[in-house]
Design a binder for this molecule. Structure first.
Ligand code: PEP
Length: 252
């Protein structure tokens, strides 16, 4: 039985003091949740402060990106050991906004996953098609290419340590959610692909989150799908009210 994992991607929102306030509310309102792995991903500048708030609680901490080298002349970048020392246990890799606006490719995603695993950070690896690709019936080709490219060269043991997030780009921040059936279809496809790349045991243990306009009202139905093991939540993770409701509604 895979445990549900809900992660909040705060994107470029919240100063450190605002982030501490939101994290404090979440620790209070989610303290009794044991059935869901809860993760919040504030901006880099808030990681250490939010870590102080969530230490010894049921809320995990993640970063939103990393660079694959440990250190060096890479102005503006942040490495896995830096993230690790800030107290995070997770890192989002290959989010569609990074692919779209910052030139991230399956090859850079692959290097970043390697760096994350080296430093014992759990990668949340994002894949998903855009609207044009969906309309041209290219969804499975695109997702398959992204998975094969991003997840190439890892052992079964490494694969088991990852979380995959299927995020149709057309559903991110648009208010349009994939129907539970549309999402389930792609999740099942990804799981079968992992089975082919490794084996059935690995495929059945890897958690696959859905992301794209997840709200309190659509959470339960999405999560009830067999291959949907949680959610990566953007907009609705920025208020404690809606994020708490999403987590409560996600309990299968
Ligand atoms: C995301 O950023 O990963 C996301 C799914 O955003 P939203 O929930 O706002 O669509």
């Amino acid at each position: 039985m895979r445990k549900i994992i809900i992660a909040g991607n705060w994107k470029m929102n919240k100063t450190a003091s605002e982030a501490v306030k939101l994290a404090t509310l979440l620790t209070r309102d989610l303290a009794d949740i044991t059935e869901v792995d809860i993760v919040i991903c504030p901006p880099f500048t808030a990681l250490a402060d939010v870590h102080d708030v969530v230490t010894d609680t049921n809320i995990g901490l993640g970063a939103q990106n990393l660079y694959w080298e440990d250190e060096g002349a890479f102005t503006g970048e942040v490495s896995a050991p830096m993230i690790k020392e800030s107290g995070a246990q997770y890192v989002i890799i290959g989010h569609s906004e990074r692919r779209q606006f910052f030139g991230e490719t399956d090859q850079t995603v692959n290097k970043k996953i390697k760096a994350a695993l080296k430093w014992n950070l759990t990668p949340i690896v994002c894949v998903g098609e855009n609207l044009e690709q969906r309309e041209k019936n290219k969804t499975f080709d695109v997702v398959s290419g992204q998975c094969k490219g991003s997840l190439a060269g890892f052992t079964a043991q490494e694969m088991e340590k990852m979380v995959i997030a299927y995020e149709p780009v057309w559903a991110i921040g648009t208010g349009k959610t994939a129907t539970p059936a549309q999402a389930q279809e792609v999740h099942k496809f990804i799981r079968e692909l992992i089975s082919k790349m490794h084996n059935e045991d690995v495929a059945s243990s890897v958690r696959i989150q859905y992301g794209g306009s997840v709200k309190p009202e659509n959470t339960a139905e999405l999560i009830s799908q067999e291959d949907i093991d949680g959610a990566l939540v953007g907009g609705a993770s920025l208020s404690s009210d809606s994020f708490v409701k999403i987590i409560k509604n996600a309990r299968k």
